[in-house]
Write a protein that binds this ligand. Structure first.
Ligand code: HEM
Ligand SMILES: [Cu+2]
Length: 648
């Protein structure tokens, strides 16, 4: 292969990105070297097994990917802002909607949610860490390796271009011969291992590590949604693993799982993909429901209305999410009976979702509502998400779906679900838990700018897409004729996407501003909240709790606060056992990334050599007998005094 097959050349946009990426890398390396921060990075971050730091790294990766996916979104909006533009050609548009979709779902939504779970869940259940801290670090690094491999595609080798759903036969070698779709199959596989491990880790953590007295019906609702989400991950991700494995075999080794020619079946791909893909959208939306519930209860100053029905509703949604996947291909020749059944199961999801919406409204009713920035996100979520839900029921009707499936109407629908349901939630969660992570609040005034720009921009962008969709504009169209009359709608929509981008910029500015200027004097419980994570210092010390709390109630922290029984007795302090840092997760993940890269280019011998690295790493890991260290009592005492004042 020649060099210009290896590097993507010939497109000025991509050339500019290549130069920008190169310069940024050199700049970063120079900066870190100049500041002499390599050792610190390695010791404090790259080898850490602390769930809070791992969470922060996930969040950082997610924000970066949001930027990348957002730029892709803006490029598509620019391209369709006027009829007949040729800013992007058809091929480039294909590549961009594909990477946009993959990045937003797998490399933006997932890490941001998993990041927040990582920071918050152990604290909310009164634990010192997750069940398997080292596995947790491995999960992060292997996710990161997969994400970086995927991102490499547009400068090295070429981007995937068959959509985030990558349907066969289009995604097969015959119609997509380049390496782009190899990137899709292999980087999703690598990142998926990390997600599956995270799912297992959280299931075990929540079953085994709850503070004494925290029975199932005393779990904070975010813990419940994380638990159920993790179960869906454990059920659904192996399906993706198999589907991607078949895809890889088809593309790299000429098997025919998905090609009709040799007896395979493209519908097998559709079934496997959506059997994972539909639950996946609940994997990203259920934790968000949990976060909104926490935020709404805290800022309405009331306990969550209908706690138990919330739990059952989430479990019901999770169960149904596994039974609806065929609604993604009503038009592909199922019998009327099959379509009817899947139509019904799909519509049934509206029932538990409705229960949740009403519970949030009843929680708000007669509450003393405080309009903090995180509460604003939660309030805006309710109507926007309802629009997404109602249009979803419209799409669920098989007969009607023949009319508008694969139109812009669908694209508008799922953005109305995913943006309020994931992005608003992550924003609410970031503003809410920021003090727990960093010891200061994000600025509320800049936060309101962020909020209004983003919410208004969001509605401006996606509302018009419902109308052009009903008017017949299919999804994934890179251009259209003046005579369609869509120009004005799509122009307006493009302006909306710029307003949304300005909102994102306000968030970035807020983070910068707050790091520099925000008051570091926020105390451990800045929002007057209800659940256990607020019982310890902000930022949380690396051991989380000096003494593991005993739980008696739902919202235990709230009750103890009212009773004034939160103090810490000096005599209760005992040495705390902590896990040691480890270099194996990052090195192993690096080896996986390397194997993946060689596989993408189908350099099999090199891939085998790199795979030996994985085996060596795994073996070395089994000889790791380090079982951690203890924090002595006087060190605990000193750290606790710093924020509590005197101990009892
Ligand atoms: C930030 C603002 C966003 C903008 C401006 C935007 C814009 C777009 C546009 C224009 C398309 C292509 C429509 C088409 O031609 O078919 C698209 C597709 C898509 N978007 Fe977004 N989007 C945004 C955010 C998100 C988020 C947050 C998610 C998920 C969490 C998401 C998930 C997707 C998916 C899955 C597709 C389908 C890709 C495909 O057809 O293969 N988007 N988006
Ligand atoms: Cu679905």
């Amino acid at each position: 292969m020649s060099l210009d097959e290896f590097f993507v050349t010939g497109d000025p946009l991509i050339l500019a990105s290549q130069i920008a990426i190169g310069l940024t890398m050199v700049g970063l390396i120079a900066l870190i070297t100049y500041l002499k921060r390599w050792k610190w990075l390695w010791n404090e971050w790259f080898t850490t097994v602390d769930h809070k730091k791992i969470g922060i790294m996930y969040i950082l990766a997610g924000v970066l990917m949001f930027f990348r996916g957002g730029v892709d979104g803006l490029l598509m909006k620019a391209q369709t802002s006027r009829p007949g533009l040729d800013l992007l050609d058809a091929q480039h548009y294909d590549e961009i909607f594909t990477t946009h979709g993959v990045i937003m779902i797998l490399f933006m939504a997932m890490p941001l949610l998993i990041g927040i779970m990582n920071v918050v869940i152990p604290l909310q259940i009164g634990a010192r860490d997750v069940a398997f801290p080292k596995l947790n670090a491995f999960s992060f690094w292997i996710f990161f390796a997969g994400a970086m491999l995927f991102n490499l595609s547009f400068v090295i080798g070429g981007s995937p271009d068959a959509g985030w759903t990558s349907y066969f036969p289009l995604a097969g070698k015959e119609f997509t011969p380049g390496v782009g779709n190899n990137y899709y199959a292999i980087s999703l596989q690598i990142a998926g291992i990390g997600t599956l491990a995270t799912g297992i880790n959280f299931v075990v953590t929540i079953i085994k590590m709850r503070a004494p007295g925290m029975s199932w019906m005393k779990l904070p609702i975010f813990v419940w949604t994380t638990f159920i989400t993790s179960i869906i991950i454990v059920a659904a991700f192996p399906i993706l693993t198999i589907a991607l494995l078949y895809m890889t075999l088809d593309r790299l080794f000429g098997t025919h799982f998905f090609t009709v020619a040799a007896g395979g079946d493209p519908m097998l791909w559709l079934n496997l993909f959506w059997l994972w893909g539909h639950p996946e959208v609940y994997i990203v939306v259920l934790p968000a429901f949990g976060m909104f519930s926490e935020v709404i209860a805290t800022f309405a100053r009331k306990n969550l209305y209908g706690y138990k029905s919330m739990v059952y509703a989430v479990a019901g949604i999770a169960f149904l999410s596994m039974l609806v996947w065929v609604h993604h291909f009503y038009t592909m020749g199922n019998s009327a009976a099959v379509n009817s059944i899947f139509s019904l199961t799909t519509m049934m999801i509206a029932i538990p979702t409705g229960v949740k919406i009403f519970n949030w409204l009843f929680t708000l009713r007669k509450g003393r509502i405080e309009f903090s920035t995180s509460m604003l996100w939660a309030l805006a979520f309710i109507p926007c998400f309802t629009i997404g839900g109602v249009t979803g029921v419209m799409l669920a009707m098989a007969a009607a779906d023949y009319q508008y499936h694969n139109t812009m109407f669908l694209v508008a629908h799922f953005h109305y679900v995913l943006i309020p349901g994931v992005v608003f939630a992550v924003f609410a969660g970031l503003y809410y838990w920021w003090p727990k992570m960093f010891g200061f609040k994000l600025n509320e005034k800049i936060g309101k700018w962020h909020f209004w720009l983003f919410v208004i921009g969001f509605n401006m962008t996606f509302m018009p897409m419902f109308f052009v969709g009903l008017d017949g504009m299919s999804r994934r169209m890179y251009t259209y004729a003046e005579s369609t009359g869509w120009g004005a709608w799509l122009g307006f929509s493009a302006v909306g996407s710029l307003v949304m981008a300005a909102g994102f910029a306000a968030l970035c500015y807020n983070i910068y501003w707050s790091f520099r200027y925000a008051s570091r004097n926020v105390g451990n419980d800045p929002w007057n909240a209800r659940s256990l994570e607020w019982a310890t210092a902000s930022p949380a010390p690396h051991y989380n709790f000096a003494v593991v709390p005993e739980v008696e109630n739902l919202d235990d922290f709230w009750y103890k606060k009212k009773k004034g029984t939160l103090g810490l007795k000096k005599s209760d302090l005992k040495p705390v056992h902590m896990p040691s840092n480890s270099w194996t997760p990052i090195v192993l993940a690096g080896a996986f990334g390397l194997v993946g890269f060689f596989l993408v280019f189908e350099w099999i011998p090199l891939a085998i050599i790199a795979a030996v690295g994985i085996v060596v790493g795994l073996v070395a890991n089994t000889f790791d007998y380090d079982d951690g260290y203890h924090i002595p009592v006087d060190e605990l005492e000193e750290e606790e005094r710093e924020w509590r004042g005197d101990l009892q």
